[in-house]
Design a protein around this ligand. Structure first.
Ligand SMILES: [Fe+2]
Ligand SMILES: [Fe+2]
Length: 171
């Protein structure tokens, strides 16, 4: 697998309405609340909007490959990190430690405000995406897909931030 190519496609290809996750979560994705995530850094040069976009792309891909419903994974992924602060803020990194536990709840609360029709399943996808940190595992295949996609994307972001992988042009 070519990580550079995969990384570049996931993070630097423009989002258009035809791509799979947009079919399920296009309206949510276009809201100011989600687009505003662009202002927050996720891992060094990658902002939170790029991160949730990549997670949504991967999670939907997993669900479609497994032949399971992908809409809840798309919506869960788009809203899984719906919080509005820099997670590095804090004293001696203490906030950072707690952030891992707390931000799924902040995201779920913001998701409910943004999307009143949110289902219990989608809420659980958000609440448990940090598993195993959050102890209780995801309840659905879609929840596992988002949790796995999140870890995979965080790894790519870390490799990018360390200069181990770079973005390719013309992918
Ligand atoms: Fe998260
Ligand atoms: Fe995330």
């Amino acid at each position: 697998m070519n990580f550079q190519k995969t990384f570049s496609r996931l993070y630097f290809c423009a989002v258009d309405d035809k791509e799979p996750f947009m079919k399920y979560a296009g309206e949510l994705y276009k809201t100011q609340q989600v687009q505003g995530l662009m202002q927050y850094e996720q891992h060094l040069q990658i902002n939170r909007l790029q991160h949730i976009t990549a997670v949504a792309r991967v999670a939907v891909d997993i669900c479609e490959k497994l032949g399971v419903e992908a809409g809840s994974a798309a919506r869960g992924a788009v809203m899984h990190d719906l919080f509005y602060y820099d997670w590095r803020d804090g004293i001696n990194g203490k906030w950072h430690c707690l952030h891992g536990y707390k931000h799924p709840r902040y995201s779920a609360r913001n998701a409910k405000q943004l999307y009143e029709q949110i289902t219990r399943k989608e809420e659980k996808i958000i609440l448990r995406h940090m598993w195993p940190l959050t102890v209780m595992p995801p309840e659905s295949v879609q929840g596992f897909a988002v949790s796995l996609a999140d870890k995979y994307c965080a790894t790519l972001e870390l490799l990018y931030s360390k200069g181990i992988i770079t973005a390719e042009e013309n992918v």
